[in-house]
Ligand binder design. Structure first.
Ligand SMILES: NC(=O)c1ccc[n+]([C@@H]2O[C@H](COP(=O)([O-])OP(=O)(O)OC[C@H]3O[C@@H](n4cnc5c(N)ncnc54)[C@H](OP(=O)(O)O)[C@@H]3O)[C@@H](O)[C@H]2O)c1
Length: 237
């Protein structure tokens, strides 16, 4: 299948890494479904993609809401009849706070958005990819998914969870032609990073566009990365 007929869904496509991924996939000729909560930003990214001559489908929704995810999957199928790539990128991160002082509502939001959202989206697209006998799911984890960081217990727990989910599901669906990968990022120059680590200089961080290039390459049918892998991408000096 030519790239211009392949369809990708990107969660958290309004800002930062997700927006960079959306533009990068569109540049490659993918049909690009954008999922996030901010309708104004969604419309802007969709406009940018259409200005490039590519197809964009903005869908408002919250990854923590199963109903929103189910509706979005239905919309993508109705428009394009296939989902070749899912990028589970949406996520939240709060400033450094020791667990003893961590607000319970922020714990629940972090786990719900960063881990349960990946579960909902993955579960919803697997039957479609099974039917297609092909598909790639790329879950955005973090260096914080491989080692704990003081003040980031909830975030680390969610990102460790993403790696466990990735490895388990990858084993379950390998024989169906579906690949599932985790991408563990070092610091990336986005709003989230600067909220958690105010004072980090952009020069020491990955650019969202560098991350997007890696995501697009992992999504390629030519990519030979072993399914279930956690790929690390850090800034190199
Ligand atoms: N920046 C880093 O240093 C870094 C490092 C490692 C991993 N990561 C991971 O990379 C991913 C993207 O982060 P970023 O740095 O690009 O963050 P960002 O600039 O804050 O963007 C986060 C995106 O997620 C969306 N989002 C958040 N909660 C959502 C929800 N409940 N439902 C739907 N969409 C939601 C936001 O859109 P709306 O607000 O419009 O919904 C936004 O588009 C996250 O999973 C993050 O954990 C980031």
């Amino acid at each position: 299948m030519s790239v211009e007929h392949r369809a990708v869904v990107i969660t958290g496509a309004t800002r930062g890494i997700g927006k960079a991924c959306a533009l990068a996939f569109a540049r490659e000729g993918y049909r690009t479904a954008l999922f996030a909560r901010d309708t104004v930003l969604l419309a802007q990214v969709a406009r940018d993609i259409k200005d490039m001559g590519a197809e964009a489908l903005p869908i408002r929704g919250d990854v923590r809401e199963l109903r929103d995810v189910s509706r979005a999957v239905y919309e993508v199928q109705r428009h394009w009849g296939r989902t070749d790539v899912l990028v589970n990128n949406a996520g939240v991160g709060y400033g450094l706070t020791p667990l003893m002082d961590f607000p319970d509502d922020q714990w629940h939001e972090t786990i719900d958005a960063n881990l349960t959202g990946v579960y909902y989206w993955t579960k919803a697209v697997l039957p479609i990819m099974k039917e297609q006998r092909s598909g790639v799911i790329i879950n955005i984890s973090s260096g914080a998914g491989k080692h704990g960081i003081a003040g980031l217990a909830a975030y680390c727990a969610s990102k460790f969870g993403v790696i466990g989910l990735t490895e388990s599901v990858a084993d379950e669906v390998e024989d169906l032609g579906i690949r599932v990968l985790a991408l563990c990022l070092g610091g990336v120059d986005t709003e989230m990073h600067h909220r958690i680590f105010p004072g980090h200089e952009p020069e020491g961080l990955l650019r969202p566009e560098e991350v997007a290039a890696k995501v697009v390459s992992l999504a390629s049918p030519k990519d030979r990365t072993r399914t279930g892998s956690s790929i690390t991408l850090y800034r190199r000096y």
